[in-house]
Ligand binder design. Structure first.
Ligand code: PEP
Length: 254
């Protein structure tokens, strides 16, 4: 049975003190997380260790990095390698977020290298995909997202693919307050599962969690997550507010 996941993406926000108090507030809140659910906190690199310590011993929580380098090691000032994350026992890494694709020009060659290095280091990947507005308006979102998956993931072996979580995040819905309707989310999530099934078979496709991201809030999460192929969410803005994020956690399907 695939996991239902509430993943927070803090991006480049919060002071260390704020990060600490947000984590503590979430942990002590009234949340119920069953064994087939997971709360992921994708936090800035300097906070990984602190949040890891705060969540240690709580199997409902895991920490994720927001990025890793596209090269193994060497003279790449400012970069953080997948191997370094593994050395810190960080279990998850986000790859392919639209902000990385847009602002840091991460194309599919770069993303493929990151995917390969992360998996080589035994990290689990949350691979982000999603279309810009003009693609959605032209009705070409399914083929656009399918190409993103094929370009950066479909060279993987079946066992490697099982370490991947997909986050479908339409760019027009990220940080805009505009959310895809639950029907729009279900339609493209079903398509994503279908293309994974064509490549890897139905058993693998059914085992992979596909998260929705784009202006998820406590007030709309339950409706979006209720759809059969939506296995939770990747949450930006609302994950910075404890009451919002815990509401989202409590909206996961059971
Ligand atoms: C994100 O950046 O992954 C995201 C989904 O942001 P927001 O929830 O703020 O739209």
């Amino acid at each position: 049975m695939r996991k239902q996941i509430a993943a927070a993406n803090w991006k480049m926000n919060l002071s260390l003190a704020e990060a600490e108090s947000l984590t503590k507030e979430i942990i002590k809140s009234e949340i119920s997380v069953s064994s087939d659910q997971l709360v992921l906190l994708a936090v800035p690199f300097p906070y990984l260790e602190k949040v890891q310590i705060l969540t240690a011993g709580n199997p409902a929580f895991a920490v994720a990095a927001q990025n890793c380098a596209a090269t193994k090691n060497g003279a790449y000032t400012g970069e953080v390698s997948a191997q370094m994350l593994m050395g810190m026992s960080i279990p998850y890494v986000l790859i392919g977020h639209s902000e990385r694709r847009e602002y840091f020009h991460e194309d599919h060659n770069i993303l493929t290298s990151k995917v390969d290095l992360a998996l080589e280091s035994n990290l689990n990947i949350i691979f982000c995909c999603g279309e810009p507005l003009f693609i959605r308006e032209a009705g070409n979102q399914n083929s656009y997202v399918e190409a993103q998956l094929k370009e950066s993931l479909f060279h993987l072996s079946e066992p490697a693919m099982k370490n991947v979580i997909i986050a479908y995040e339409p760019i027009w819905a990220i940080g805009t307050g505009k959310t895809a309707s639950s029907e729009q989310a279900q339609e493209i999530h079903a398509h994503i599962r279908h293309v994974i099934s064509k490549q890897y078979g139905e058993t693998v496709a059914q085992s992979i969690s596909i998260l929705y991201g784009g202006s998820v809030k406590a007030s709309n999460a339950a409706e979006i997550f209720s759809k059969p192929d939506v296995d939770g969410g990747l949450v930006g803005g609302a994950s910075l507010v404890a009451t919002e994020f815990t509401g989202i956690i409590n909206s996961l399907k059971r």
